[in-house]
Design a binder for this molecule. Structure first.
Ligand SMILES: C[S@@+](CC[C@H](N)C(=O)[O-])C[C@H]1O[C@@H](n2cnc3c(N)ncnc32)[C@H](O)[C@@H]1O
Ligand code: SF4
Length: 375
């Protein structure tokens, strides 16, 4: 199984927390799209794996016209081997999803929407510099549900000045509509963002880490009572609605990345396209496929398995460790993990280790203690 990720590097406006790769200038749009199509042609040559998921991420993929989205999908369908029922997701911002656009998309191959709501609280949306308000977000979801049942929404918690009351009412919106999927991320104050500069100037204060954890714990408990499965640190889904694209990524399956800043993974090599729209167009014009490429050592692969295992409900299996990496890796893991089992951050079922709610919240910190170092 394999997937395709398309990075759409344009946004209407810059959100104050975001440091993903995007441009608010549409100057290179036509050239980026034709370069994506050329990249699809080149990367499909000799690629025999069946494609089961296609994911338009960004940036803001819904910023593209449906005709442009269809052009890219048609090019993928004509060049790659596609499974009979692929999951094809489009990340979308509420202000792009008019009724007309939703109707057009529902007549395209897009069969799943991931809508970036972030919050239903107007004060928070303003601080985030989102291009929509809560009323628009709610209308957009109501309209989208008329065309799609496979819908996910993105939320961010732990915003400065947020509290359990605001967070609870955000979650209520998801549970009251019984949405099938939600991704909820703890805010990170990223370098070179407006939020970071506001924090540095003492204009806003990040929320205390204990209060962020309180919101995380509250969410896990609430979503569980509404029968959502927390299958990855930030992902909650009703049974049968796990994102196939994200699951494949966490289960370390292969994927082909298309577009500026997109990553690819072929099971051994991880590679990156350049994070600059003009340079990307130049690279593709010159048939230069990647700006960087790295071969994963066995230690790298072990570290990645441990990191994703601690974040997901699939966990870390001792049998998998021994079969794929060797007895010494299994022994190293067993020796190091025991202190987290003793402190109830990790639990064991059979030969599988998974994190508790608290353990999942600090999964990356635990993983770093279990890593091996390349010499
Ligand atoms: C890069 S965005 C692309 C999707 C779309 N453009 C949007 O804004 O919804 C993917 C998701 O990452 C999350 N995200 C981005 N920056 C973040 C940050 N600094 N902290 C927490 N979540 C963040 C947001 O929830 C966002 O919906
Ligand atoms: S969060 Fe989404 S819309 Fe906002 S800047 Fe980032 S990619 Fe663009």
């Amino acid at each position: 199984m394999s997937g395709i990720y398309i990075h759409v590097p344009f946004c209407k406006q810059a959100c104050h927390y975001c440091n993903y790769h995007f441009s608010t200038s549409l100057k290179n749009k036509e050239n980026v799209i034709s370069s994506m199509i050329k990249e699809i042609e080149i990367k499909s040559k000799g690629y025999d794996d069946l494609i089961e998921t296609i994911y338009f991420g960004g940036g803001t993929p819904s910023f593209f016209d449906t005709i442009e989205i269809n052009k890219i999908i048609n090019s993928i369908f004509s060049k790659f081997k596609i499974s009979s029922n692929p999951e094809i997701t489009l990340e979308a911002n509420p202000d792009d999803l008019s009724k007309v656009k939703l109707k057009e998309l529902s007549n395209s191959f897009i069969n799943r929407l991931s809508i970036g709501v972030q919050s239903f609280n107007d004060k928070e949306l303003k601080l985030m510099n989102r291009s929509h308000n809560s009323k628009e977000a709610k209308n957009c979801i109501d309209n989208a549900l008329k065309y799609y049942e496979n819908i996910s929404i993105d939320l961010i918690f732990g915003m400065p000045n947020s509290n359990l009351k605001i967070w609870n009412s955000n979650l209520n919106y998801v549970t009251s509509l019984d949405l099938n999927h939600m991704s909820a991320y703890a805010l990170t104050i990223e370098p070179k963002t407006v939020l970071e500069s506001l924090v540095k100037k003492n204009i806003i204060k990040p929320l205390d880490e204990d209060l962020v954890f309180e919101q995380h714990e509250f969410m896990c408990e609430k979503m569980s009572t509404h029968e959502y499965i927390n299958y990855e640190l930030s992902s909650f889904a009703k049974k049968g609605y796990f994102s196939k694209n994200n699951s494949a990524y966490w289960l370390r399956k292969k994927y082909v990345g298309i577009g500026p800043s997109a990553h690819s993974f072929d099971g051994i090599f991880r590679s990156w396209n350049v994070s600059n729209n003009a340079l990307y167009v130049k690279d593709i014009t010159n048939n230069k496929m990647f700006s960087e490429k790295e071969k994963l050592s066995v230690i790298d692969q072990y570290n990645e398995y441990v990191m994703t295992g601690l974040r997901t409900y699939w966990g870390i299996s001792l049998t998998y460790l021994e079969t794929n990496f060797g007895l010494s890796y299994r022994n190293h893991f067993e020796k190091k993990v025991i202190k987290y089992v003793d402190s109830s951050l990790v639990i064991i079922k059979g030969d599988v280790f998974t994190t508790t709610i608290k353990g999942k919240f600090i999964a990356d910190g635990i993983a770093s203690e279990l890593f091996l170092i390349n010499r």
